[in-house]
Write a protein that binds this ligand. Structure first.
Ligand code: FE
Ligand code: FE
Ligand code: FE
Length: 176
């Protein structure tokens, strides 16, 4: 019979998942920074791309702490979020809603990361990896801060777009 999996196994598997996801997020942020028109939005993407590269680094430290090789395991959730983003980018390219759509896609990424890092931080503490928990919390705080910043920026993007819109009631999720 196969050996029963432990919380430590779950921790390692989730670490591999987020290691993949984080690397993907660096690429997505760079792409978003290039596409963004709104200055504050572009700045937020650039800043967080740099932060995310450090977060990848932090994850390699966590792998070291638990004495396991730093490996990435395909995260289908992040793949899905990124492919939606690419689709939206194409659909809304050069449209007045392009920046709003970019911000929304980025927030989906941040929310996934917040879920993952929150779990990993708790598990690290429970497993007695205090130093790893601290590292994971640093990243978690950066993700939360980025999400909050994007929420704030999104308000200014959306109000900037409204006056030109002759039909303010037209709030469909997908453009026809
Ligand atoms: Fe991240
Ligand atoms: Fe995943
Ligand atoms: Fe992030």
């Amino acid at each position: 019979m196969a050996k029963q999996k432990t919380l430590h196994d779950a921790f390692y598997e989730t670490l591999k998942d987020v290691y993949y996801a984080e690397k993907q997020s660096v690429k997505a942020l760079k792409k978003s920074a290039k596409a963004a028109e709104h200055d504050a939005l572009r700045q937020a993407f650039e800043t967080h791309a740099e932060e995310s590269a450090q977060q990848v680094e932090r994850l390699t430290q966590v792998f070291e702490i638990i004495g396991k090789p730093a490996r990435a395991k395909t995260c289908e959730a992040m793949q899905g979020i990124v492919s939606e983003m690419e689709e939206d980018l194409e659909d809304f390219e050069d449209s007045p809603a392009a920046d709003a759509v970019l911000a929304a896609c980025a927030q989906a990424v941040e929310h996934y990361e917040i879920a993952r890092y929150g779990t990993l931080k708790t598990w690290a503490s429970q497993l007695g990896y205090a130093e790893a928990a601290t590292l994971l919390d640093e990243t978690l705080q950066e993700e939360k801060k980025t999400d909050a910043l994007l929420s704030k920026i999104a308000e200014s993007i959306n109000t900037a777009g409204t006056p030109e819109d002759s039909e303010p009631s037209k709030k469909g999720k997908k453009a026809a």
